[in-house]
Design a protein around this ligand. Structure first.
Ligand code: HEC
Length: 107
């Protein structure tokens, strides 16, 4: 097999991140993560009334690292630690890819 034979499938895999992330953002996952959109808004615009920050247009790496930090935070009462912990590392990257692909909310 030519070494570059894998390139197209690798690209497909990377591009698949955002749609998989959208699924989780809108519907949650089977591991108890609530849909992100319920609090952060369908367009990732956030919801000031409940203190959920906007995630749209945020760089994916910073979303992933925040989720990793939240998931590792023990016994926090806020909703995010348990939600973050319910996401696999792959799912954290997928939701981050999706949110970062959305246009930043005008504020
Ligand atoms: C029940 C409401 C709720 C749901 C559902 C929810 N969040 Fe949050 N999220 C919050 C609140 C409130 C904060 C701010 C307080 C905090 O950081 O705990 C927050 C903070 C965050 C932050 C930190 C943003 C920053 O700028 O500090 C990230 C990233 C995040 N959420 C991602 C997600 C993702 C991804 C999902 C879906 C898997 C999700 N949230 C689902 C309420 C929610």
């Amino acid at each position: 097999m030519r070494p570059w034979g894998y390139a197209p499938s690798l690209l497909l895999l990377l591009a698949a991140g955002a749609p998989a992330g959208k699924q989780i953002v809108l519907h949650g996952n089977d591991n108890g993560a609530m849909p992100c959109a319920a609090c952060h808004g369908i367009n990732g615009q956030g919801n000031a009334a409940i203190g959920a920050p906007a995630l749209a247009g945020m760089p994916a790496p910073s979303i992933v690292s925040t989720l990793n930090t939240l998931a590792a935070r023990p016994s926090a009462t806020a909703p995010m630690p348990s939600i973050a912990a319910a996401l696999t590392p792959r799912e954290r990257r997928d939701v981050a890819a999706y949110f970062s692909s959305l246009p930043k909310p005008a504020s």
